[in-house]
Design a protein. Structure first.
Length: 172
């Protein structure tokens, strides 16, 4: 946990205090999403979670590959952490005008409006029972990366029903 905390603080510090020049290259976004999801295979199995994918497999994006992995890894990790045993995760990728739209949905614990207002703040953790797993920096990092990529993130959530994060990124 400590090494993850230090690594997140350093990453966020760099993203906030240094000018970032995204290293853009063109790649297939659905492949990146699948690769990131595979990384969580063991955790998905451990919690007996099922995954549904609805991905536009031909969608190419010109963006900083490594920066975008931070977004997916954090959103997937939260969709697993805040899900219940045997729950579901839905991942979609669609093209909308000149944007890629990615949604990550879970049917886990959800969050209140009060929590929702603060989730992108540094060190904020809404759910005290799961606060040992994480450090409240994940979504602050996600937000910063999305700002750098000139994209947008929104969240819809209902307590006890689940949460959907929608990320919109320019294709070029
Ligand atoms: P961490 O996961 O380390 O607690 P994050 O910055 O990733 O920190 O998330 C901040 C808070 O947002 C979490 O503590 C939790 O309260 C809420 N949250 C994030 N993702 C979800 C989700 N998928 N379902 C319910 N709550 C979530």
């Amino acid at each position: 946990n400590l090494s993850e905390l230090v690594s997140n603080i350093l990453k966020l510090n760099k993203l906030e205090n240094q000018q970032i020049f995204p290293d853009k290259k063109t790649f297939n976004l659905s492949e990146q999403l699948c690769e990131c999801m595979l990384f969580f295979e063991a955790q998905l199995e451990e919690k007996n979670l099922s995954i549904e994918l609805d991905l536009d497999e031909n969608l190419k994006i010109k963006a900083d590959y490594d920066l975008l992995t931070h977004i997916w890894n954090n959103l997937f990790s939260n969709a697993i952490k805040f899900n219940s045993e045997g729950g579901k995760i839905l991942l979609t990728l669609k093209k909308k005008n000149q944007y890629a739209v990615v949604t990550v949905s879970d049917n886990g614990i959800g969050m209140s409006c009060e929590i929702k207002e603060h989730i992108f703040e540094k060190f904020y953790q809404g759910d005290s029972s799961r606060s040992t797993q994480g450090n409240g920096l994940g979504l602050a990092l996600v937000k910063r990366v999305i700002d750098i990529a000139e994209g947008n993130i929104t969240v819809e959530s209902a307590i006890g029903k689940g949460t959907t994060f929608t990320v919109t990124l320019p294709l070029k």
